[in-house]
Design a protein around this ligand. Structure first.
Ligand SMILES: *Cc1c(COP(=O)(O)O)cnc(C)c1O
Length: 461
């Protein structure tokens, strides 16, 4: 037999009912939400692909861990379980627990960035860049050009362009560059991986210039899987060993545990240098919590430690996770829908600029497309384009990203292949009548991270 189907390496023990609201109810809901899918109530959503953040299904072993969590204020047993899990899976000695990823980004930015510093990174992430700028730094994008091209099929679109990085160091001097912010499986580029070769080259370059490398290792597991699938020499290596090697080319990492780590809340900063870790811990007590819980309860830390162990217990978990994303993506590609290629690790990114090519970027095509898909089927995605990019803090002008996308993000271990079929059919239906989708304008624009709470109205046709 040539082709064999694969299946998820789990079976379902408990179910959570979901409900499809009527067309009229959906119309009323999206109007009330100001055409912002973030402002819908989850009860109004049928299949929720807003984010894969904190939306994973935990295993029976993790749920059992909740009962065993140690809620001692100081020195919790669950904290030490977490320390052991991070040491053995990621290989970092020093663990600084935080309430979620942005807590770790805040602490890291505060201990390393001085006003006037420059932080090169491979495309920006919203909260990461916010904390770098909040600490007085300036973010400079040094990702390869292919990352900004939705049609480029480069296998490692997350890579850093070493010439761009060298130019930043030449222009500002190494002493103004405290670290390189190196994201694995770059979220804003569409979940696109970095290669091991690039990780090694960047680390070597930074060592020569006395610059640290700090990973955003939030999605490093999915990145490790892509290295196994795409990079020469890694086919026979376990995803666990590839993940360890990724982290070996860095001085530390911030992690949002709401993604790869299979829990609903949590995160951490991991470091090698005990002196840096001591500085992080002294800020931690002011902003997050004591250094042995940092914003998580004991049961959160227990479930997290177990999630970290589980995600690398075998390669089947990540193969099924990315496999489901690829299934949805390939279904859409076969139907001729413009999507970012190659299909990324955590979601399918619809090219809203190409789909709604009758709308200028100022009319928020991705925001409008996400609203149109919700109206059609109750499927919730989110905007990743000009609204998410925000305004330049210097000029106050809108930033114009090359990518104007709708992200359909797949939660881990939550939906089945039939749900993916329903989603694909809805996108195809909206695509058929794409010329009838109109643009939007702001009625409320928050100052920071505006995409979360902005409200819009439809432009007159
Ligand atoms: C989600 C995410 C973050 C922020 O983490 P939170 O837990 O939401 O604060 C940072 N970086 C990347 C790549 C992410 O996906």
């Amino acid at each position: 037999m040539e082709h064999r189907s694969w299946a998820e390496p789990w079976k379902i023990k408990m179910v959570e009912p979901i409900e499809l609201r009527t067309r009229d109810e959906r119309e009323a809901a999206i109007e009330r939400a100001g055409f912002n899918t973030f402002l819908l109530r989850s009860d109004e959503v049928y299949i929720d692909l807003l984010t894969d953040s904190g939306t994973s299904a935990m295993s029976d072993r993790q749920w059992a861990g909740l009962m065993l969590g140690d809620e001692s204020y100081a020195g919790s047993r669950s904290f030490y379980h977490l320390v052991d899990a991070v040491r053995s899976v990621y290989g970092y000695e020093e663990l600084v627990p935080t309430h979620q990823g942005r807590g770790a980004e805040h602490i890291l930015s505060q201990i390393l960035i001085r006003p006037g510093d420059v932080i090169p990174g491979n495309m920006y992430f919203t909260t990461t860049r916010f904390h770098q700028e909040h600490a007085g730094g300036t973010f400079v994008d040094v990702i390869i050009d292919e990352a900004h091209d939705p049609d480029s099929t480069h296998p490692f679109k997350g890579n850093i362009d070493l010439d761009k990085l060298a130019a930043v160091v030449d222009t500002y001097g190494a002493e103004r560059v405290p670290y390189v912010s190196f994201e694995t499986n770059v979220n804003m580029a569409g979940g696109q991986p970095v290669s091991m070769r690039n990780l090694a080259d960047v680390y070597e370059f930074c060592r020569r210039h006395g610059i640290l490398v700090m990973l955003d290792a939030t999605r490093a597991l999915e990145n490790a899987y892509f290295i196994q699938q795409r990079e020469g020499g890694y086919q026979d290596r376990s995803v666990a060993s590839i993940l360890r090697e990724i982290c070996s080319y860095s001085d530390g990492a911030t992690v949002s545990s709401k993604k790869d780590n299979l829990v609903n809340i949590g995160g951490f900063l991991a470091l090698r240098d005990p002196e840096l870790a001591a500085r992080a811990r002294s800020l931690l007590v002011a902003f997050e919590g004591l250094h042995t819980y940092g914003g998580m309860s004991g049961r959160d830390m227990e479930a997290l430690a177990r999630g970290i162990e589980e995600m690398v217990a075998g390669d089947e978990h990540v193969r099924a996770r990315v496999g489901q994303v690829e299934y949805l993506g390939n279904t859409l590609i076969k139907a001729g829908i413009p999507v970012v290629r190659p299909i990324g690790g955590h979601g399918v990114f619809l090219d809203a600029a190409a789909i709604l090519d009758h709308l200028p970027q100022e009319h928020f095509p991705a925001q409008a497309l996400a609203a149109a898909i919700y109206r059609d089927s109750g499927v919730r995605g989110m905007e990743r384009g000009i609204v998410s990019a925000g305004r330049d803090p210097g000029t106050g002008e809108n930033r114009h990203p090359n990518l104007e996308l709708v992200r359909l993000t797949i939660p881990r271990r939550v939906y089945t292949q039939s749900h993916m079929d329903v989603v694909a059919e809805s996108v195809m239906a909206v695509y058929e009548r794409r010329h009838r989708v109109g643009g939007l304008r702001f009625v409320y624009e928050p100052e920071q991270l505006r995409f979360f709470q902005a409200r819009f109205e439809e432009l007159p046709a």
